[in-house]
Design a protein around this ligand. Sequence first.
Ligand code: PMP
Length: 382
Amino acid sequence: MIYLDYSATTPVHPEVLQTFNKVNEELFANPDSLHNFGGKVATLLQKAKEATAKLLHVQPQELIFTSGATEANNLAIRGIAFANRQRGNHIITTMIEHPSVYDTLKQLEQHFGFEVTYLPVDHLGQVRPEAVAAAIRSTTILVSVMAVNNEVGTIQPIEAIGKILGNYPKIYFHVDAVQAIGKLPLNIKQAQIDLLSCSAHKIYGLKGSGILYKRQGVNLLPLQTGGSQEEGYRAGTPNVAANVAFAKTLRLALDNQSQKLTKVQELNKFLRLALQEQLPDVVINSPLLEGSPYILNISFPPLRPEVIVHGLDAKEIYISTRSACSSKDTKASRILTAMHLPDAVVSSGVRISLSHETTQEQLAEFVNELETVVVQMRKVVK
Ligand code: PMP
């Protein structure tokens, strides 16, 4: 098997799994129980939060453990919108956000009377910081921009946007950092980010595990009411084992982050060259300098992406048509469309996503097999 769908999800690191199992086996008490056993688990949970906070250079009370980034994005956006409704009803975002941001904002528009500006991106998939500044109104309460796009890998100018928003202390800045954390450098405080979403399963952690960073002083309306867990921002008995495993996941991801990044940069370069040599009609949709090397989006017009994915499937090589969350959506990619790419390119995009564990040999074999599939399919199309 050659797995090249790491942006959809990764395997679980054995140490993460070990931590998860150990906590579930040995420390299963409810951390909110009054007895000593509960207290022991509560201490463990607090330590996991402290460790995570230290790794992100933030305060433990600024973190809310969630069931993943979808929940973190929902909590950040709806939580800010509902808590600040009396101040304004305008939100700024981009046209290329993940569905957990995009659809949440669509719902706020359609059912709750909010107004949302969806900023365009250029052919590289980047939003201009000046466009954010120009979109600000007296009623703007939130700006939400992802750090790295999950379909093409474009890196957004988060620090520049944060700097602009630094002049507007009442506008909150939310960043979906799922494809950046543990892979690319990102300094939450330096970028003046107020809310940041992370997911564990993109960085060798568990599915159904994530965090929302919420700067101290930022007011959110909780979406889940009930117990007073997570400072009242997320009611419900916490998944202690997953949260402790999150701290371990993040530590492992940040260990040697720059070495892993260098390795993936080399792999990306190798892959681009091999593709261009063996398949000269490949269209590369991911930006070279402005993109994360972990993601490479390419097209072979007029071939349909699912034909390529399934052609490779037969050889146990796994890539994506786009992001896993939208893969069953038959409409053209919203992201590639927003990048103003020709229709034929948009409707043919496939995503390859890499890991530091990927090897050049795997990539060389992938390109060989891809060549076979593309040549065969082209004959059928003609
Ligand atoms: N945002 C981005 C950019 C993503 O890539 C994903 C995962 N596809 C999510 C949010 C959702 O994360 P989760 O799977 O943890 O809900």
